[in-house]
Design a protein around this ligand. Structure first.
Ligand SMILES: [Fe+2]
Length: 266
């Protein structure tokens, strides 16, 4: 099932990717469909986190001979974009999808579990974003007290536990009306796209495209975005920004070897 482009470490670890439910269950059932689409989204978030964890240790810091301020600047921009992508996902869930599912199911509190889990990693991710936004390449530290690794470690387990368990929440919705559930899902997906603003073309969308592996499990058509978007991103919105070297896939969702790793010179 692995789609690693080489033997070198890739974005399918250290945090495990989610097996898509529709591969083993009937994907025409609304709850299986929703759980599977959610798995695609969550795997996109997980690959981004893994890409940071795999590459950041190999980006030279100021005391290293091969230090290049540009590399660190690019890494910090990539980190900010990844956090914004995660925030966007959760804000659509909290502001629309979860309340709408509770309303349609007639079960207030149905989504309290995932909502509570959001609070467990939210603060840590805010601190992480603040660090990546305010730190100069010369001050940047991967390891040690107050470092980026310490910040990631403070929330990554809560975040990934949540990303795994939310799939089971959807798989447990088999008793809800399938048509209503699917309608709610489709509306949420539209809202996710509509609430995307122009600024997101410079950060969130390039991260989504570069972390959505279209070859995973033999092939998936995710994300559901216009075919022209990869071209616009590549030749316009992402052009000239070295941060996208950190993406584990190209603009068309094909896995590519990580730029920084044990064998890279940095
Ligand atoms: Fe989610």
């Amino acid at each position: 099932m692995t789609t690693k482009p080489s033997n070198a470490p890739w974005a399918d670890e250290p945090f495990q990717l989610i097996a898509t439910p529709s591969k083993r269950m009937d994907g025409s059932l609304a709850h299986v469909y929703c759980a599977s689409e959610m798995a695609h989204s969550h795997n996109t978030l997980i690959r981004g986190l893994n890409a940071i964890l795999q590459q950041a240790p190999y980006v030279p810091i100021v005391t290293d001979e091969q230090f290049k301020a540009q590399d660190v600047e690019n890494l910090l921009f990539y980190v900010q974009s990844w956090v914004k992508m995660v925030h966007h996902h959760h804000s659509v869930e909290e502001s629309f999808m979860f309340p709408e599912i509770e309303r349609f199911a007639g079960r207030p509190g149905l989504m309290d579990g995932p909502k509570h889990q959001h609070t467990l990693f939210h603060g840590g991710m805010e601190r992480f974003l603040a660090y990546a936004s305010a730190t100069n390449p010369e001050e940047y530290q991967w390891e040690g007290a107050g470092s980026m690794k310490e910040m990631i470690d403070s929330f990554s387990k809560h975040l990934t536990d949540h990303l795994y368990s939310e799939i089971d929440i959807f798989l447990g919705m088999g008793d809800l009306d399938g048509v209503g559930l699917r309608k709610t899902w489709d509306k949420a997906e539209n809202i996710a796209k509509q609430t995307g603003n122009l600024a997101m073309l410079h950060d969130v969308f390039p991260t989504v495209l570069g972390c959505a592996d279209k070859t995973y499990e033999g092939g998936h058509d995710f994300p559901p975005l216009p075919w022209v978007l990869p071209y616009l991103i590549k030749y316009w919105f992402a052009a000239g920004n070295g941060a996208w070297r950190f993406n584990p896939c190209d603009w068309w969702g094909q896995p590519q070897p990580l730029e920084f790793g044990p064998s890279s010179s940095g």
